[in-house]
Design a protein around this ligand. Structure first.
Ligand SMILES: Cc1cc2nc3c(=O)[nH]c(=O)nc-3n(C[C@H](O)[C@H](O)[C@H](O)COP(=O)(O)OP(=O)(O)OC[C@H]3O[C@@H](n4cnc5c(N)ncnc54)[C@H](O)[C@@H]3O)c2cc1C
Length: 384
């Protein structure tokens, strides 16, 4: 039996562990730095059909349907002209078994966690040293304990310190000069300004926001992405993001773009800096793998971070199962494609010049009706 150590109990690590449990060939342990898995967070997450199809392999189709939603369309709005531009049918990629799904992130993490026996998890564990040979890997943790494994799977997220350890240099993601504003809003507070059963995408100036339902109940998720230059000093320690004055200044900055009614009714508002990976790194060792945000962190403008974390975990599992070392090359191809599209979306969603936005809106109206384009632009990602 092969021993597999997974570092980080996020979406990718938990899903990978569940897949490994389908085979009796592996003994798996997840090492998580926190003392528990955070299930408090109420913000939403979008999962496209490519990841739902894979989650169904561990029983996601049996999750209580009241805790999820299947939006059929993305409605595009112009914040500048205060009108609806057009809509895009995302349900065309759905199958009977796998539909585009929105839900609270905590529901997804809880589902993944409950698939695993509790003795598979070890909390308060941060790797401080890794010694590897082609045969096995020795891990030393900050609490001075140690473990031996045959395979090491690194899934400790965007700020992966384990990635820096195996690559022998300090690898930091890049601040993308943008911040995310997250919150929730109740359906009745939207006052019929949008169809709250769809995903509403509002294109503004150096800003875009998205509102979507996270369950069959009353709650909608709000996320806004605002271009914002911040100095290294301001980013240091992230205390700025807990500062009420900073949050107020961001909200008042948005009041000239977002409907005041929406701003007034937003709850649980928080701001986060947006970091992305600068480069793709791959471990030289054949028994060490990166998955999820630790491998590559995308901009959130294609809503593919979690879906790609799930895909990467599945591809790695398949390559374990079939004994074929195709994982890294396939993954890099897909990362590059999605990264280009996420950056292109960011560029088009944030245009501020009225001349440019006029043409952008005209082009989007045409493209959403163009089957060939949609099959290529979305289909290549949604149909894995
Ligand atoms: C604003 C925003 C909106 C997003 N919206 C979407 C969306 O709608 N759809 C979508 O698909 N994706 C979305 N994403 C991306 C998605 O959340 C991430 O891609 C996904 O959570 C990555 O999963 P992961 O398992 O790689 O990492 P994470 O979920 O970050 O988990 C990492 C885990 O590792 C642990 N850890 C960290 N360091 C260590 C260490 N040294 N040792 C041990 N454990 C450690 C952490 O505590 C955590 O439990 C969004 C991201 C942002 C920023």
């Amino acid at each position: 039996m092969k021993k597999v150590a997974i570092i980080g109990a996020g979406i990718s690590g938990l899903f990978f562990a569940s897949l490994l449990r389908q085979s009796s060939n592996y003994e798996t342990t997840i090492y998580e730095k926190n003392n528990s898995i955070n299930l408090e967070e109420g913000y939403g997450i979008q999962l496209s059909v490519n990841s739902i199809k894979l989650l169904n392999k561990i029983g996601f189709q049996n999750l209580n349907s009241a805790h999820q939603f299947n939006p059929k369309k993305i409605d595009f709005y112009s914040l500048l002209k205060k009108n609806k531009i057009c809509d895009l049918d995302i349900s065309k990629f759905n199958t009977e078994e796998a539909k585009y799904t929105t839900l609270q992130r905590s529901i997804l993490v809880k589902f993944l966690k409950e698939k695993l026996p509790s003795n598979l998890m070890q909390y308060n564990k941060i790797v401080s040293k890794i010694n590897s040979t082609t045969e096995n890997i020795n891990l030393t943790f900050e609490d001075k304990s140690s473990a031996r494994c045959d395979y090491l799977v690194i899934s400790d997220g965007i700020f992966s310190s384990t990635k820096s350890l195996i690559l022998n240099r300090d690898i930091k993601p890049k601040y993308f000069n943008a911040i995310a504003i997250r919150g929730t809003i109740n359906k009745e507070d939207i006052k019929n300004s949008i169809d709250s059963s769809n995903i509403s995408l509002f294109l503004g100036s150096n800003f875009h926001s998205v509102i979507y339902p996270v369950n069959k109940g009353n709650t909608l998720n709000f996320i806004g992405i605002l271009r914002k230059n911040l100095s290294e000093d301001q980013l240091e320690g992230y205390s700025l993001f807990d500062d009420k004055n900073f949050l107020s200044s961001i909200i008042s900055n948005l009041s000239n773009q977002i409907d005041q009614n929406i701003l007034d009714n937003l709850k649980n508002i928080r701001c986060f800096p947006i970091f992305i990976s600068q480069k793709i790194f791959t471990p030289k060792q054949k028994n060490i793998f990166l998955i999820g945000d630790a491998f590559f962190t995308f901009l959130p403008t294609f809503a593919q971070g979690a879906s790609q974390s799930i895909e990467a975990a599945f591809e790695l599992y398949e390559s374990f199962k079939n004994g074929i070392d195709e994982f890294t090359n396939q993954r890099i191809k897909r990362i590059k494609m999605i990264n280009r599209r996420s950056k292109f979306n960011y560029f088009t969603f944030h245009l501020s010049n009225p001349f440019m936005t006029f043409f952008r809106d005209l082009i989007i109206k045409q493209l959403v009706k163009n089957k060939k384009f949609i099959d290529n632009y979305l289909g290549k990602i949604y149909k894995n």
